[in-house]
Design a protein. Structure first.
Length: 222
């Protein structure tokens, strides 16, 4: 792996998982030394993260991890909804029905709420599903736009990861989408995608509100 790719992958994971929180200053020299690369590949990696929208320029010499609040998440899901509904329609018209029937069965059998390993396996199944939809839709413009959306989506998903009820509902929603695509029902696939994203957004926003309320309560009793 090239040094710039390694630096990019490291910083991307740290931003997505919250190790580098919004507002954290990202200094080229300091990050290069920390990760163990020279400044040129680090500059390339940071440039890619700026292009992704994960790092922002605060001033000519200061770069920081981009903010990611409730409004950002609403905007992200507005774009995601339009793109994923379009992809679901195309996949239902063009996709291999047997592949999506197998995915529907895999979702029906998933039990992500039973532990961390099961949740990890479930998110891997979602990645497989996304890849199958991208391939079936066969639209390079949609795929590229969704790649950017998914880069940010990891930050949003992390907020709802530990809610068993939401994970169980997500399983059923994905199974319905996959089954609709397998049946060639483009409108049902798009509608099921819309419903899934509506519920996913509501769960994430509820998590943010809950965390804010808990933080305020802790401050009030300190």
């Amino acid at each position: 792996m090239r040094a710039s790719d390694r630096a990019y992958a490291t910083l991307l994971e740290e931003i997505q998982l919250g190790a580098l929180a919004p507002g954290t200053v990202v200094g080229e020299a300091a990050q290069a030394e920390r990760i163990g690369v020279s400044r040129t590949p680090m500059r390339e990696a940071i440039g890619r993260l700026v292009a992704d929208g994960l790092i922002t320029q605060l001033s000519p010499r200061v770069l920081a991890v981009s903010g990611f609040d409730a409004d950002d998440i609403r905007d992200l899901f507005a774009a995601r909804r339009a793109l994923e509904e379009a992809s679901a329609r195309l996949a239902a018209r063009r996709g291999d029905r047997a592949s999506f029937a197998a995915l529907a069965a895999a979702f029906s059998a998933a039990r992500p709420e039973t532990g961390e390993a099961s949740a990890d396996a479930y998110y891997a199944l979602i990645q497989r599903f996304d890849a199958e939809v991208d391939a079936a839709a066969d639209n390079a413009y949609l795929t590229q736009a969704l790649r950017t959306i998914r880069t940010h989506l990891v930050r949003a998903r992390r907020l709802a990861r530990d809610h068993p009820d939401r994970l169980r509902a997500s399983v059923a929603e994905h199974a319905l989408i996959a089954d609709a695509i397998a049946s060639g029902d483009a409108e049902l696939a798009a509608h099921a995608t819309h419903v899934h994203l509506h519920h996913a957004l509501a769960a994430i926003l509820d998590s943010i509100d809950h965390q804010a309320d808990r933080s305020a309560s802790q401050k009030g009793t300190a």
